[in-house]
Design a protein around this ligand. Structure first.
Ligand code: NAD
Length: 337
């Protein structure tokens, strides 16, 4: 029997996780929750997802829009084994009591604090620790991207210290309220940024410090990394290490991928749903060792990289698969990574 997954918060992340879950052979979507009628609700219905809403008083609005609603979040939580909470940051915390009341397992996203779930997840770094857990938080897009490369480097060579500058997209492409902006905004101005401590919620022993700047783009984040390793490998060894990782895609400027715009175009040309890039995009030709330290650039598609991590977190928490590498391989194969 397939595991039953509910999605509370069917926006940028929620709708992508829903499609990724529906594509797997060991889990299915029991229902998705929308607060009000919208094109997303209509498309969810066309895809065959049962729609639920947050409160009984919203049902009338859906009826008026000719969208069928199967009930409320309360009803849905009784039918599912696990809920993916992809509501906006800080809203998810308000649902913890309700999830507890229904005795349902829950996965929150990076907009919530680590303490809410008491456990932060990354498929490669700590799958084993997620097995059988009731609550987890899939860390943010930036933290997921950082953990993927830092975990690989730390396991292979040991990290003495990592210093990272994150150039963040100002808003998602569908966001008409907050961006893009005509400015470069140090964010936060008080350094370092929260991203380093967030990486430490998964890799507590890694010395990592981060700075972040909001930039006038919606496409992707760009990270500039400078890492001092305990062993100093050659550039080729780093390239081979990244090549072997399941969620790192090496690209090259000689292939005319010289920007986040071309990285996104590449994903569209590959026929990726919504043009999503689930992997870290690392520029092979940026990988350099200078004065004993490693440097490289990577781009992170903020709307997509956490999606396969949510699928793996479900598998671990519901004990559908005890081996992390096997879950990653299965998720990747089905998604086409
Ligand atoms: P979003 O605004 O695109 O989607 C949130 C959805 O939740 C919307 O459909 C909204 O209608 C719905 N919603 C609002 N209030 C609700 C409520 N009280 N109950 C139920 N649903 C409600 O947000 P998003 O970008 O998908 O972010 C969701 C989470 O994922 C946040 O924690 C965010 O920090 C995290 N995250 C976002 C990104 C990104 O770049 N978009 C990347 C990684 C992680």
């Amino acid at each position: 029997m397939k595991a039953k997954v509910a999605i509370n918060g069917y926006g940028t992340i929620g709708k992508r996780v829903a499609d990724a879950v529906a594509a797997q052979d060991d889990m299915e979507i029991t229902g998705v929750v929308k607060t009000r009628p919208s094109f997303e609700a209509r498309i969810a219905q066309e895809k065959g997802y049962d729609l639920y809403t947050t409160a009984r008083e919203n049902i009338e609005q859906f009826k008026k829009s000719d969208i069928k609603v199967s009930g409320t979040l309360d009803d849905l939580l009784d039918k599912a084994d696990i809920v993916i909470d992809a509501t906006p940051g800080d809203i998810g915390a308000e649902y913890k009591e309700l999830y507890n009341k229904h005795g349902i397992k829950a996965i929150w996203q990076g907009g919530e604090e680590h303490e809410l779930a008491g456990f932060s997840f990354n498929s490669e770094a700590n799958y084993k620790e997620a097995i059988g857990r009731d609550f987890a938080r899939v860390v943010s897009c930036n933290t997921t991207g950082l953990v993927r490369v830092l975990y690989a480097l730390d396991t292979a060579y040991g990290i003495r210290k990592a210093r990272v500058t994150l150039m963040r997209r100002a808003a998602d492409p569908n966001d008409i309220k907050t961006g893009p902006i005509n400015a470069l905004v140090p964010d936060p101005i008080k350094l370092p940024s929260h991203h380093g401590p967030d990486v430490n919620s998964i890799l507590p022993h890694v010395d990592v410090t981060t700075m972040a700047v909001k930039t006038s783009t919606t496409l992707m984040h760009l990270h500039a990394l400078n890492i001092e390793l305990k062993d100093t490998p050659g550039e080729d060894a780093i390239i081979n290490l990244f090549k072997e990782r399941p969620r790192i895609r090496l690209v090259s400027s000689s292939d005319r991928i010289k920007s986040t715009a071309e990285a996104m175009e590449f994903a569209k040309d590959m026929g990726r749903p919504r043009g999503d890039v689930w992997e870290n995009v690392v520029w092979k030709d940026s990988i350099s060792i200078s004065k004993g330290e490693l440097y490289f650039f990577q781009a992170i598609h903020q709307e997509a990289d956490v999606v396969p991590e949510n699928v793996d977190a479900i598998r671990a928490m519901l004990e559908l698969e005890r081996d992390g590498a096997r879950s990653i391989a299965k998720t990747n194969k089905i998604l086409g990574i």
